[in-house]
Design a protein around this ligand. Structure first.
Ligand code: PLP
Length: 396
């Protein structure tokens, strides 16, 4: 790998296929590509559902940053998850997943994949014995991990989980949305595939919905599954499936995602630094019962995060005195906007029990109704802290 992460984030995939010398490759807003012969493509590309140069540029860059062999962009994080799972599982298969996953992922596993005959079991991923037993007893095909988790910012040991998965012949898939490849590269820790909601840190500006899958080198279709393409590689089946079902992002969204990658490192470094300041402020506030942020040295995930990540990220959560106080705080900030999502320039506050994790209400994994999640943006830290100060004091 000739260059460092940040240099690659600026340059990989950005060599234009034109003679005009653009430093930014042009946006290929085209559905189809012309050719001169019926039996041969003159220009590599044929039709944008199958492939598009703007999408390819983004995929090449993301694969490099995640240190994977192959990346595919999707129109949303959820479609990336769904298409990957269709490629590597079949009806009758089982998925073991962390209890603290994204609400939409929980819904996909428990409401949609189940009707297609794919069962799943949530487990506490800090209990490695339990994870090993669950994948073994259910003969799982996939172990699905999100770290740091959402909304509790727990940190799970990817090296250990990959060892457990591979001993049981299970694929380890990691949702790396919260960390971004700048802070964590799961494929280098043993994961087989990484998924992203590029809506978040990679896009970085609250102006696109997108997703991606990145695969480890040479990842093979698990034994017992008949491949769709004839190579037996997940990369080829994923491409075949994506082009067939049509889960493709538009070129403009792929362009925005590429542009986002170029500033990923500076944004995430700044968001992480501010998140630590905000976490330290909240940790000493008398109206705050607990703060969940692996950057705090007192946090249970701190040492592990320091080992497996290059920073602690821009998301944190905290517990207010009671549910009424939590709702009031969420509705009284003015710099933090009340809204779901994360990873952008604008700081966001949200109430997970209803807004992002409502799918878990009434289950043993329902979210504490006193919990508030903050997604730190790029504003001045002092303005964010003063905003919280006012909200915690019950003001507007
Ligand atoms: C947002 C999110 C998703 C879903 O991605 P979309 O782009 O909204 O479809 C999946 N996982 C995590 C961790 C997320 O934050």
């Amino acid at each position: 790998m000739p260059h460092g992460f940040i240099t690659r984030s600026v340059h990989v995939g950005q060599t234009p296929h034109t003679s005009s010398g653009d430093i930014v490759p042009p946006l290929h807003l085209t559905s189809t590509f012309t050719t001169e012969r019926v039996d041969q493509l003159t220009n590599v590309y044929e039709y944008s559902r199958a492939a598009n140069p703007t999408r390819d540029a983004f995929q090449e860059a993301l694969a490099s940053l995640e240190e994977g062999e192959h990346a595919r962009a999707f129109p949303s994080g959820m479609s990336a998850e769904d298409t990957l799972l269709r490629a590597v599982t079949r009806p009758g298969d089982h998925i073991t997943f962390g209890t603290d996953v994204y609400g939409g992922t929980y819904r996909l596993f428990t409401r949609v994949l189940t009707v297609e005959g794919r069962a799943s079991t949530p487990v506490d991923l800090t209990d490695l014995e339990l994870v090993a037993r669950t994948v073994r007893e259910n003969r799982s095909r996939v172990l699905w991990v999100e770290t740091p988790s959402n909304p509790l910012l727990q940190v799970y040991d990817l090296r250990e989980l990959s060892r457990i998965a591979h001993e049981a012949d299970v694929l380890l898939i990691v949702d790396n949305t919260f960390a971004s490849p700048y802070l964590q590269r799961p494929l280098t820790l043993g994961a087989d595939a990484v998924v992203h909601s590029t809506t978040k840190y990679i896009g970085g500006h609250s102006d696109l919905v997108g997703g991606a899958v990145v695969l480890a080198e040479g990842l093979a279709i698990p034994s017992g599954i008949a491949p769709l393409a004839d190579t037996g590689l997940v990369a080829d089946d994923l491409q075949f499936l994506q082009a067939t079902v049509g889960a493709v992002p538009g070129a403009f969204d792929a362009y925005l995602a590429s542009r986002g990658l170029k500033t990923l490192a500076v944004r995430v470094a700044r968001q992480s630094a501010t998140a630590l300041e905000v976490a330290e402020y909240l940790a000493q506030h008398p109206a705050v019962r607990a703060v969940h942020y692996p950057g705090l040295s007192s946090d249970p995930g701190h040492d592990l995060a320091a080992r497996q990540m290059d920073g602690f990220g821009g998301v944190l959560s905290f517990e207010a005195r009671d549910p009424e106080a939590a709702v009031a705080i969420c509705q009284s900030t003015s710099v933090f906007a009340l809204g779901v999502s994360l990873g952008a320039a604008e700081s966001l506050i949200e109430y997970p029990a209803i807004m992002t994790h409502g799918a878990k209400s009434g289950t043993p994994w329902a979210i504490d109704p006193s919990l508030i999640r903050l997604a730190i943006g790029l504003e001045d830290p002092q303005d964010l802290i003063e905003d919280l100060e006012r909200a915690l004091a019950g003001g507007k």
